[in-house]
Design a protein around this ligand. Structure first.
Ligand code: HEC
Length: 418
């Protein structure tokens, strides 16, 4: 009995010691791995398909490749140069670190890839309980789902929005400094409206009467009257207004100021920006959404952060690390999750709004537009490099399908989730 206990104790000690050793090796490797993140990602998952994943690769294999790159036995100009500065110890640590990382951020099964919807494919149509429109930056089109009809007639259409009644579809065109307005049923163009320079985000007031267009190049917001379909004036902001979000009562609008100032607070009645809430700890506030009680703003930056901003205290309470690059951000209509895309990465991040824990869902490619269905069951994500839209079932976080679309799907307008 004593002997068994002693052996157990010894084993436990040995195990703890080896764990400790592995951890300290990984720390060194982790520090060095900052040099590699620009291509192989923060987590060892290559940022684009040109860069192999290193996470979870066999230790001996990684070590051999690095030695071979260093000696010029394996030829690749970038990696030969990278490996030059690495010592044998560095190589050991890096290999240990990368091999210890999870192979994939999350495993997904794709039931159907590049599958087009058909009238008798009931399962696929069920994935679009409300109308969804996605703009194609490089095809000058907007595609409608589940009908898969294509809206044409606008150059360089970027951000899109629907009126609350779903009747009008708006899209900004930064290269022509205009906003296009379409009838969302007939897909006919109703108007082309001149706005400021480089218009980006467009949002409609909850009463459906006005649209706010963030003119990133002229540091103001154009107000469009949606009855007369005319530009009725501007609101001055600070540098780089990118997108707004209205409160449900329509009294306030928050605007991301990508120039770095933070988020601007706009009083919609006087049509004035009253003040700016600084958002520290992030780089370039890009897109934002509000919690259901409207006490918190989630602000996505240009790099890899989401700032959690307490709108009552006007203070940042948390900064969450998400995928690299910019992208959309969406609080689910049920308020439980906030999801953000990442154009320089291969996964999206879903944050639990209660616990602020992050779940990364691997899509294997860059993402940009992201929005949940009104019933919060489906999460739609545009994949600009794969020219597809992913439909994720939020009950199990699996990718149900990827639908082939036009070139560079950029943004999503979802009926019932402005
Ligand atoms: C500027 C971009 C870039 C950086 C930075 C970079 N790599 Fe690479 N790496 C590449 C490319 C590209 C390849 C693919 C080379 C090829 O096709 O042979 C590669 C391949 C590798 C491979 C071989 C993987 C395989 O599956 O065979 C390893 C291992 C590797 N890199 C490790 C590293 C480490 C460790 C660092 C940091 C010290 C690093 N790389 C930094 C671009 C980069």
């Amino acid at each position: 009995m004593k002997k068994i206990l002693f052996t157990n104790l010894l084993l436990t000690m040995l195990f703890a010691a080896s764990l400790h050793a592995a951890e300290s090796i990984n720390k060194q490797g982790q520090l060095k791995a900052a040099m590699c993140a620009g291509c192989h990602g923060n987590n060892g998952i290559g940022i684009t398909s040109e860069f192999p994943n290193l996470a979870g690769q066999k230790l001996a294999y990684l070590q051999k490749q690095l030695h071979d790159f260093k000696a010029g036995k394996r030829q690749n100009a970038t990696m030969n140069a990278m490996a030059q500065s690495l010592t044998t110890v560095d190589i050991k640590n890096l290999a240990a670190y990368f091999s210890s990382l999870p192979r994939q951020v999350n495993t997904v099964t794709e039931k159907t890839i590049n599958h087009h919807l058909t009238a008798n494919d009931k399962a696929s149509i069920a994935e679009f309980p409300d109308a969804v429109f996605s703009s194609m930056k490089a095809s000058a089109t907007i595609e409608a789902f589940p009908s898969e009809k294509v809206v044409q007639g606008g150059e360089n259409m970027l951000y899109t929005a629907l009126t609350p009644n779903g009747k009008m579809l708006l899209s900004t065109s930064p290269s022509t400094n205009t906003v296009y307005i379409f009838d969302s049923k007939t897909l006919q163009k109703l108007a082309i409206i001149n706005v400021g320079k480089a218009p980006k985000g467009v949002k409609v007031t909850p009463d459906g009467k006005f649209a706010y267009v963030s003119n990133q190049g002229s540091n103001n917001i154009s107000i469009i009257n949606l009855r007369s379909l005319t530009n009725i004036g501007t609101i001055k902001t600070a540098a780089g207004p990118h997108n707004v979000r209205f409160t449900k009562n329509g009294k306030l609008a928050y605007v991301t100021l990508q120039g770095g100032a933070g988020i601007g607070v706009i009083d919609t009645k006087s049509a004035k920006m009253t003040h700016i809430i600084p958002v520290s700890g992030i780089t370039g506030p890009h897109n934002l959404d509000l919690s259901n009680d409207e006490k918190i703003a989630y602000v996505r930056d240009f790099v890899h952060h989401v700032a959690v901003v307490d709108l009552i205290k006007e203070k940042v309470t948390n900064v969450i690390t998400v995928g690299n690059g910019h992208g959309g951000i969406d609080v689910f209509p049920n308020g439980k999750f906030v999801a953000t895309a990442a154009i320089g990465d291969t996964f999206i991040s879903v944050v639990n709004t209660k616990t602020l824990t992050v779940k990364n869902i691997n899509l294997g490619t860059a993402s940009h537009g992201i929005r949940a269905s009104k019933n919060s069951q489906w999460l739609y994500v545009t994949l600009p490099k794969e020219n597809a839209i992913a439909v994720i079932n939020t009950t199990n976080w699996q990718v149900e399908r990827k639908i082939a679309v036009g070139k560079f799907p950029f943004w999503l307008a979802v009926q019932g989730n402005p």
